[in-house]
Design a protein around this ligand. Sequence first.
Ligand code: CTP
Ligand code: CA
Length: 219
Amino acid sequence: ERALAASQVLAGERVLITAGPTHEPIDPVRFIGNRSSGKMGIALARAARDMGAEVTLVLGPCDAPAPHGVRVERVETAHEMLDAALASFEQATMAICAAAVADYTPAHPADHKLKKGIEPLSSIELVPTEDILRALSERKGDRVVVGFAAETGDPVAYAQRKLDRKGCDAIVANDVSRSDSGFGSDTDKAWWVTADGVEELPVLAKDELARKILQRMAG
Ligand code: CTP
Ligand code: CA
């Protein structure tokens, strides 16, 4: 019973997690997307649930099954993800942005399927999407907000810049140039980057990395 109590370090917490890719419509049948599997965010949702938290998972379009015992809100676009995240953040005590949000969205999505013989498409005008992590960080007060940075080159240096730019409490820097880390991998090589310093983590399974992140957020 003691061990169970000790493991419930997130009892009473309400955790918001964004996960998966977003799809930005070109027309009703076509979109711009990315290869995010949603696995890291789903691992975080499962771990937070097991540590006693109430979890809301705002999940972009992906095949990975959403965990039981978690409130799941399915969204398609970056804008829908922002709206769902802002709404759920009002009740949340902490947030983790693990989604691979599209950085750009078509400026003028067509309301009908584009026909190649009639409206040949040679370029698509794009506009930037809203930054969800930054929007949550601006409203965070004394709540804990954490983001991810999937990088090549020098992940820690990029993560430190992201920490400043976004205004969140920590960034999990992930080295996606390695075969044992990042997209499609079941393990990750990561660093926990805060204003206080950098903690290097060993190569970990995603559910172990999820636990480490949540333990640090619990303080
Ligand atoms: N993020 C977000 N909303 C966006 C873009 C990013 O919430 N529109 C979040 C991601 O979920 C992640 C963090 O911001 O937690 C960093 O995402 P990343 O794509 O690495 O950073 P960007 O600021 O988009 O910069 P770049 O892609 O140029 O590296
Ligand atoms: Ca980006």
